[in-house]
Design a protein around this ligand. Structure first.
Ligand SMILES: Nc1ncnc2c1ncn2[C@@H]1O[C@H](COP(=O)(O)OP(=O)(O)O)[C@@H](O)[C@H]1O
Ligand SMILES: [Mg+2]
Length: 499
């Protein structure tokens, strides 16, 4: 049985959570907040007004009755009513008073004997109650009994007497008896009921008004957000469209701006992807076209001498090598685009690494009559990916040799501080025009296309170099004067910091 109850509980809970889902809507929340904020003062005002009225009405009634009773008390003394209750005038006055306030009047003398009771049931009986005794001592009291709807009052009947003689004579108040009176508050309650009913009607009208205003306000407040959702949905169909603009309020304007920036970036990425694909296709096609031209011309000729064949085949081989180099470079670049987790970090002696690169490139330098100089300021041990480091500095030194003049020089300097090591590759070469400096790291960018191709460049070297440096959280900087030379400065942390 217990288990079954548990199942029921969970089902109910799910139902409730499901039911409360509407609370997730911003519109509902705004509505609820406005409605509750409007409701609280409305209800509390009605309560406060009624409370205030009741208190005030009871006070007025109490003071009215008290005034009347004080007048009566004087008459009671004048007519010696406490000793003789036969006075018609006083009896009429007492009865009139009790019927006026729809209550009961009891006149009690000093011996606590009830000499007059308008209800006629307690006459000649003795009353012993705290209030009466307190009143005989001169204290008058009033008490409001809300539940039974009456005010109970005790008023002393006092007589003024002269004490002493001559200059010492003075007036003194002497309590002769007590009036115990209860006055009905029915009339107050009836007024309260009428007032409460009227207030309730006003309250209901105000609540309906608050409800309508809250619904409208929630609708108006949420409208800009609905507009922005609409605009986002429209933009989803393709990000070539016009930018979104919802200027209804500052917040939606900010959302629109942020979205437009994301849209711009997506468009830029899309453009650069398209450009890259078209560049790759073009670059890969060029050697194939050359090979086809060479092969076609061989086929179209008859009785071609063997020397011409050999020459053409050499050219075709060069084009195949070029194609191979482009593909190899592209693969390296793709690898760089992956995460830094692909790095295989080891402790590398940078002096040994740079020296090895220089030794490998020396034959090319000699062929072009370029002098290679290496200066190591201090021994450097760094935590880096050895293969990628080799790629970085091979590319830079190779460029420095390739884009150099005859009898030129290339100087490589290795230095370090306690945080970074620095490799400076300076050359006395052609230099890079100012307007090209911002583009040299772009894929397939070459200052002089024909010359670079002649030298065997793909335009991918510096793109690969920069990616590899960034993977090591390093930086690369270039300074160049056209016709005088170029200096690349690479700075890489000595210890690898994983994110
Ligand atoms: N040391 C240098 N001196 C002059 N120009 C250079 C140097 N290094 C790079 N460049 C220019 O930057 C371009 C891009 O270099 P890179 O990305 O290595 O491509 P490439 O395959 O042409 O060498 C080169 O085509 C060249 O015009
Ligand atoms: Mg290069």
């Amino acid at each position: 049985m217990c288990g079954l109850n548990g199942v029921w509980d969970i089902t109910l809970l799910k139902l409730n959570v499901h039911k409360l889902k509407f609370l997730k809507s911003l519109k509902t929340r705004i509505f609820l907040i406005l409605f509750i904020v409007g409701l609280i003062p409305c209800i509390s005002m009605r309560y406060a007004i009624l409370q205030n009225y009741e208190q005030r009405a009871v006070d007025v009634r109490t003071s009215d009755v008290t005034t009347q009773l004080r007048i009566l008390a004087n008459h009671l003394i004048t007519y010696h009513y406490l000793q003789d209750t036969s006075s018609e005038v006083i009896n009429a006055e007492i009865n009139q008073l009790s019927s006026l306030y729809d209550g009961r009047v009891m006149i009690i003398n000093n011996d606590l004997r009830i000499v007059k009771d308008t209800y006629g049931i307690s006459e000649n009986k003795t009353i012993i109650s705290e209030e009466v005794i307190r009143c005989i001592k001169g204290e008058s009291e009033s008490k409001y009994d809300k539940g039974n709807r009456y005010i109970e009052m005790t008023i002393p009947i006092t007589e003024t007497i002269n004490v002493g003689e001559g200059p010492d004579a003075e007036n003194k108040e002497q309590v002769r008896g007590v009036m115990l009176v209860s006055a009905s508050t029915d009339s107050i309650m009836i007024t309260m009921d009428i007032l409460s009913r009227k207030a309730l009607i006003v309250e209901v009208i105000v609540i309906i008004a608050i409800f309508i205003v809250s619904v409208l306000a929630a609708k108006v407040l949420i409208r800009p957000f609905e507009k922005i959702t609409e605009a986002l949905n429209e933009a989803q169909e393709g990000y070539t469209d016009t930018p979104i603009s919802v200027t209804d309020c500052l917040e939606t304007e900010h959302i629109g701006d942020a979205f437009n920036r994301v849209l711009g970036r997506m468009k830029m990425l899309d453009d650069s992807r398209q450009e890259f694909v078209s560049n790759v296709s073009h670059e890969l096609k060029t050697p194939i076209t050359s090979m086809k031209v060479l092969a076609d011309s061989l086929i179209s000729q008859k009785d071609v001498p063997i020397e011409v064949y050999q020459e053409f085949m050499e050219d075709i081989t060069k084009e195949v090598e070029r194609e191979d180099k482009i593909i190899t470079d592209l693969l390296s670049l793709v690898k760089m685009d992956r995460t830094a987790a692909d790095l295989s970090i080891t402790e590398v002696d940078m002096n040994v690494l740079v020296e090895l690169i220089m030794r490998r490139l020396r034959p090319i330098a000699q062929k072009r009559d370029v002098e290679l100089v290496y200066e190591s300021i201090r021994p450097v041990m760094a935590a880096v990916d050895e293969v990628k480091m080799t790629m970085i500095f091979s590319n830079l030194v190779e460029n420095a040799i390739k884009y150099n003049k005859e009898h030129g020089w290339v100087k490589v300097t290795l230095d370090a501080d306690h945080q970074f090591f620095t490799v400076i590759v300076a050359d006395s070469g052609l230099g890079i025009p100012k307007e090209s400096l911002d583009h040299i790291y772009e894929r397939f960018y070459r200052v002089d296309k024909s010359r670079s191709r002649e030298i065997g460049g793909t335009g991918l070297g510096l793109a690969i170099t920069r990616s590899a440096i960034i993977m090591h959280r390093g930086s690369i900087r270039v300074e160049s004067i056209e016709g005088e030379g170029t200096t690349f400065t690479v700075r890489i942390p000595l210890t690898y910091i994983a994110v």
